[in-house]
Design a protein. Structure first.
Length: 430
């Protein structure tokens, strides 16, 4: 299980509005010196976050929640779990969320759920994570009913559970469906990535476990790293993994990994792909060179080039899409600081010099119900690509006679991005 560290950061990208920046918000915690361990975003207004003590001494079972885009954050505690630390959070709505928790002193862990906005929490006891070796690394829900939670080896195998009823019953995945862990191999808190039904998590021995069926069966691959402290996938095939110093990439869903030669600073607390962009990743925290090197960096070319942003202390980062994101910090009082909201917007997948090559396009209606029409005025543009909010390509259409009709009837409501030549346009299905 990863020890929480104070590696903090700031984030951005080349293709952003010139005045884009983080806006400081108060996390609302009455205890001073608390940082953010995990953030789960429901939509542009609703997000949940968990806290940890920056000294690493005090047990913290506190969360905070916003339902107004971060204008106010309201803290609370996980009732009935005062001896446990939080390792991850997954929020489904303003009312419903799950947390994974660990006992860093005696061992063991638990999954808790709330249905009333965090006023009360109930332990879901069928995800046992029994002491002394049980430890819940993270919980993730693919929807309100189907989910997975993952912990370290316990009684001979990784302790992984599935649920199909929101956690009322968690069923442990059979040993035969999980490649065996190595001696002393553990996971890390909140260290996983999800694209569709596929989920990956990294381990302390440099391996990456993968499931393509919501955690029912697993495979494993070595990365060449001594440990995988952070990983992030932008689609079903392409992703990055790091130990905080080296960077590995995959183009086949994590089956094999190759060293990625990169330039610029890479931070080791957070690594995330920005959904809706073509290849923008953010790294946050501290560098391997020491605690004095807090900051953040961004890459718009799938990790090949990293550009430093600042030396401000920030912690975990999460983005819903190219315009909605939060990053953790440290609160200095119950009403000052602790969390940051991104108030800029990423230009999805377009590098700065591409502003000189804008493809004029007309998209209507937007928002749309099932179909959308795209008209272009640049006859050299021959196709349009549609990406979902995770950045995965879901639809490609030829442009004939300067026009294309896109049918997304089979896709769920939400935010999508239409890539037309050098132009990327956000479209909304509702």
């Amino acid at each position: 299980m990863r020890t929480k560290s104070i590696g903090f950061a700031f984030l951005t990208a080349i293709s952003i509005t010139s005045n884009a920046q983080w806006a400081t918000q108060s996390s609302g915690f009455t205890t001073v010196g608390l940082a953010i361990n995990d953030i789960s975003i429901v939509n542009a207004n609703i997000a949940w976050a968990t806290a940890f003590d920056t000294s690493g001494i005090t047990v913290v079972n506190l969360f905070t929640r916003t339902i107004n885009g971060g204008t106010t954050w309201t803290p609370g505690s996980i009732t009935g779990a005062s001896a446990l630390d939080l390792s991850s959070i997954y929020a489904y709505s303003k009312d419903t969320a799950w947390v994974s928790m660990v006992d860093n002193n005696a061992g063991g862990g638990a999954i808790y759920r709330t249905n009333d906005g965090g006023v009360t929490w109930a332990q879901q006891t069928t995800a046992a994570f029994a002491s002394p070796t049980g430890a819940a690394s993270f919980v993730y829900m693919f929807d309100k009913n189907n989910g997975v939670c993952v912990g370290d080896s316990n009684t001979g195998s990784w302790e992984i559970y599935n649920t199909i009823n929101g956690g009322t019953l968690w069923t442990r995945v059979a040993i035969l469906n999980i490649p065996a862990n190595m001696v002393t191999e553990t996971g890390f808190e909140n260290n996983y990535s999800v694209v569709g039904n596929a989920i990956w998590f990294g381990t302390s021995t440099g391996r990456v476990y993968k499931s393509i069926n919501k955690g029912a069966t697993w495979t494993v691959a070595t990365t060449g790293l001594t440990s995988v402290t952070r990983l992030s996938f932008k689609d079903a095939n392409n992703g990055l993994a790091t130990d905080g110093t080296l960077l590995m990439s995959t183009s086949n869903g994590g089956g094999t990994w190759s060293p990625l030669t990169f330039t610029g600073p890479l931070y080791q607390t957070g690594l995330t792909f920005i959904p809706g962009t073509m290849g923008t990743y953010i790294s946050t925290g501290s560098t391997a060179s020491g605690a004095a090197a807090n900051g953040s960096s961004y890459s718009t070319d799938d990790g090949a080039t990293w550009t430093s942003i600042d030396a401000v202390s920030h912690s975990e980062v999460a983005f819903l899409n190219s315009t909605t994101g939060w990053c953790g910090g440290i609160n200095t009082s119950p009403t000052v600081a602790g969390i940051f909201k991104w108030n800029g917007s990423f230009t999805t997948g377009i590098k700065s010099n591409d502003y000189l090559k804008v493809t004029e396009a007309l998209v209507f209606p937007n928002p749309f119900t099932n179909k959308i029409t795209i008209v272009v005025h640049d006859f050299s543009v021959k196709q349009v690509q549609i990406f979902n909010a995770l950045g995965a390509l879901i639809y490609t259409s030829k442009i004939e006679n300067s026009e294309a009709e896109i049918n997304l009837t089979s896709q769920p409501n939400g935010i999508y991005f239409a890539r037309i030549g050098y132009e990327t346009i956000k479209i909304i299905k509702e």
